[in-house]
Design a protein around this ligand. Structure first.
Ligand code: HEC
Length: 295
């Protein structure tokens, strides 16, 4: 009965160690996973705000420094007059050097078919149209099969846009020649959303990186634990289990009547004290028996 429930000291000790191991994994691995994710998002956010501010500065430069004097002279050269076109041309060159990023001005009524929206950009346009007060959206989304952290701003129709995006018949000759007259014209009344400027930084493998780091931590903890487990077991066997088994064996012999079996153990610890006390007891027994016999 008692034997079925019997657990050796070493087993109890090992159960405790394994529970401790599982506990430390359960606490550490998810923590590493979430901290890594948070850090990656934070650095993506920093990159994004850098890129967004650069694009904004470029647009302001075109709108404030370049466009007014040219319009005064009746020059409608789009890359110099339209901040959207200028952004597109700069983005083209920037993306050649940094192909993992994403910069685009998307519109569902585009002059240039390259600027037609992908599904994620359609969603952004819809959100801006349904929320007229919204000036910026930061979202994660999939574009052409890759994941990005995206900052998006609405492009709104203004009177000044109509020179090129109004009646196609009145649009500059160069624009009609390059883009035709099917799309990109007849912009709605001022204030309506006609496009979305989209800037994205890649976050594709965030989960993979976080998972990988968690696995490395699990590996390290498991390695350290294995070494500790083996060392602790060796110590337990050598210092506790072995001597206790030996003392038990001698105690059995003595109890069977063999009073000459000695505990031979010289140790300066609690087990040593036990062995010594046992030996004293055995000697007293021997002396008592001798006395009893001689009487
Ligand atoms: C001087 C002419 C001109 C003016 C003014 C102008 N644009 Fe454009 N816009 C263009 C050209 C040309 C393109 C095509 C760029 C390309 O090939 O990528 C374009 C592209 C765009 C696009 C990207 C989608 C597309 O049509 O290809 C949006 C959105 C846009 N413009 C919005 C505006 C808004 C809003 C204004 C007014 C605030 C404006 N534009 C003023 C010439 C102009």
């Amino acid at each position: 009965m008692a034997d079925t429930k019997r657990k050796s000291l070493l087993t109890k000790f090992n159960i405790l160690l394994v529970l401790f191991y599982i506990g430390s994994l359960a606490a550490t691995a998810p923590l590493v996973y979430y901290v890594t994710r948070a850090q990656t998002y934070e650095s993506a956010n920093k990159e994004l705000s850098l890129l967004v501010d650069m694009v904004k500065s470029l647009r302001k430069y075109v709108a404030e420094d370049v466009r007014p004097p040219l319009l005064e002279q009746g020059i409608y050269h789009p890359p110099a007059v339209s901040s959207t076109v200028a952004t597109g041309r700069v983005a083209l060159r920037f993306l050649q050097a940094q192909p993992e990023y994403y910069i685009k001005v998307a519109s569902d009524n585009p002059l240039n078919p390259k600027n037609a929206p992908v599904p994620f950009e359609n969603t952004l346009l819809e959100i801006f149209r349904n929320n007229p007060g919204k000036e910026e959206l930061i979202e994660t989304g999939e574009i052409n099969g890759k994941r990005f952290l995206v900052s998006s701003r609405p492009s709104r129709s203004k009177a000044s846009c109509m020179v090129c995006h109004g009646d196609p018949a009145a649009a500059p000759e160069s624009i009609r020649e390059q883009y035709g007259t099917d799309s990109g014209f007849n912009y709605p009344a001022a204030g309506e959303v006609v496009g979305a400027s989209v800037v994205g930084v890649p976050i594709g493998n965030i989960d993979a990186i976080a998972l990988q780091r968690s696995l490395v931590v699990i590996g390290i903890i498991t390695g350290l634990f294995t070494v500790f487990f083996l060392a602790a077991n060796w110590m337990m066997r050598r210092s506790v289990i072995g001597p206790v088994v030996e003392i038990t064996k001698v105690a059995r012999e003595v109890s069977k009547g063999d009073l000459n079996t000695k505990v031979e153990m010289v140790r300066n610890d609690e087990i040593g004290d036990l062995a010594h006390s046992f030996e004293l007891m055995r000697r007293s027994l021997v002396a008592m028996l001798k006395r009893a016999r001689s009487q």
